[in-house]
Design a protein around this ligand. Structure first.
Ligand SMILES: [Zn+2]
Ligand SMILES: [Zn+2]
Length: 471
């Protein structure tokens, strides 16, 4: 039987692929091409979960070829170098974004705008020069021509830096190209998702006044207090919108849902610029009056070239800009995708975990908790908490309840976990501490604040590992 080129490739690879429009991802063995003279092989350490990944695995754009391995916000380290590679050395921290190839000779390529090259090769679901399929970053290694590999600055964390390779450059490039960087000018950011939250941070770094325009009133705190926006505008509040008319110099519109451009145009001053980077799947309503009357401009933009992507990474590193992320384990990906489709996530993957979140009780003699890393239990394991008959509850002298029992411990857990417990009889999240014994079972040793918490199933959500040595 004739083997496909993908099967004949010498580098064994492992990833997670979707095989049909259900979009369900599962383990997938495949191979990568031999590391050519111009190539580097990257050991992938993290990969962002982008909305495009979701569209692609479900074939929502009608161009998906299965099996598909998504992922185009890839970061890792160089583990193999081609003979002609001068740009990198072994062990370098690198990133790979949305594109992994282009013709290198056309006008756009020569202007470092490979992202607009007619022969641009996407990181996944595309065809490489040798005719084989490209597979993305939900995998262990990737082989990429050095021209399309980015350097991750030393002071940039790899995990939180990853989404900049797509979300970051998608907003940075138009801000630069359309001149939306003049200090003191007023920038509106429509939509506060993966793209929008980076746009706010970039806007502040450029010295702009930033107003977030959102349909969700509950994002105000996040926008102002966490991201540093100056103002927050609920687009469904007519008075607020009225007050904002004619006040903005630029707006970057990151919204992918169907929406009218009219209200945004009306918020612009004379000569204002409205730049769209979201990708609604149907045409948007565009009232011409507010466009014409104020000599306004509407523009678009798609990611950015490699040179500019590097510039963006360096700029972000200098200004300590990263994406807000939540780390998930690979086997959580299907649940994460489900939540992404319901917009039940903060930004790219999951929102960040505040190290103090869930801490309802801190024993007075243990004020030295050391948070090591975020940890999530996959949804399908949430009910693995074994509610044993050994459980006993009693009232502490302090008035809190305590119980004993054994818990399922996710593979790889060490130390002591601080957990949140949810259940029908525990409407409030509470805190438990569980100690690991022999890396497999944990023993209860913490307090819980909600009485009657034993009656029903618990949803156990491990939030943090804590250094066992310090507890
Ligand atoms: Zn993306
Ligand atoms: Zn080209």
């Amino acid at each position: 039987m004739v083997k496909s080129p993908e099967e004949e490739h010498p580098q064994k690879a492992f990833g997670w692929a979707a095989r049909d429009p259900s979009g369900t991802l599962s383990p997938f063995h495949f191979s990568r091409r031999e590391n050519g003279d111009e190539d580097v092989t990257v050991k992938i350490l993290y990969c962002g979960v982008c909305h495009s990944d979701l569209h692609s695995v479900k074939n929502e754009w009608g161009i998906t070829r299965y099996p598909i391995v998504p992922g185009h916000e890839i970061v890792g380290i160089v583990i193999q170098l081609g003979n002609n590679v001068k740009k990198f050395k072994m062990g370098d921290r690198v990133g790979v974004g949305v594109l992994v190839g282009s013709c290198k000779t056309c006008e756009t390529c020569q202007q470092d705008l490979e992202n607009y090259c007619p022969s641009m090769i996407f990181t996944y679901n595309s065809t490489s020069q040798d005719g084989t399929r490209t597979y993305g970053g939900y995998s262990d290694i990737v082989v990429v021509d050095q021209r399309y590999v980015l350097r991750i600055p030393d002071n940039m964390p790899l995990d939180a830096g990853a989404p900049l390779l797509c979300a970051g450059i998608t907003v940075y490039s138009p801000m630069k190209y359309y001149g939306m960087t003049e200090p003191g000018k007023h920038l509106g950011v429509a939509g506060l998702g993966g793209l929008g939250h980076v746009a706010v941070k970039l806007g502040k770094a450029f010295g702009l006044k930033v107003t977030v325009i959102s349909t969700s009133p509950n994002k105000e705190d996040e926008a102002i207090n966490k991201l540093g926006a100056d103002c927050f505008l609920v687009s469904t509040n007519p008075e607020k919108v009225q007050a904002a008319l004619g006040t903005m110099d630029y707006i970057i519109d990151t919204v992918s849902a169907i929406h009218s451009l009219g209200p945004l145009l009306a918020m612009l001053k004379l000569n204002g610029k409205l730049i769209t980077v979201g990708l609604p799947d149907k045409p948007l309503e565009l009232p011409i009056f507010p466009l014409v009357m104020g000599r306004k401009l509407i523009g678009g933009s798609d990611i950015g070239g490699i040179k500019e992507t590097q510039e963006m990474l360096d700029f972000c590193a200098k200004h300590n800009i990263t994406a807000d992320i939540e780390l998930i384990q690979m086997d959580y990906i299907n649940t994460a995708m489900k939540r992404l489709s319901k917009s039940d996530v903060k930004y790219r993957a999951w929102g960040p975990i505040d190290p103090t979140e869930g801490f309802i009780y801190l024993p007075p003699n243990r004020s030295y908790y050391h948070i090591q890393k975020p940890y999530n239990v996959p949804e399908d394991r949430l009910y693995s908490f074994i509610w044993s008959s050994q459980a006993v509850g009693y009232n502490y002298s302090s008035g809190v309840w305590q119980f004993e029992g054994y818990a399922y411990v996710p593979y790889g857990t060490t130390g002591v976990c601080i957990t949140q417990v949810f259940g029908p009889s525990t409407p409030h999240a509470t805190t438990l501490m569980l100690r690991v014994y022999n890396g497999s079972l944990m023993y209860y040793m913490g307090p819980a604040l909600v009485p009657d918490m034993y009656n029903e199933w618990f949803r156990l959500n491990v939030i943090h590992d804590v250094d066992a040595g310090k507890v």
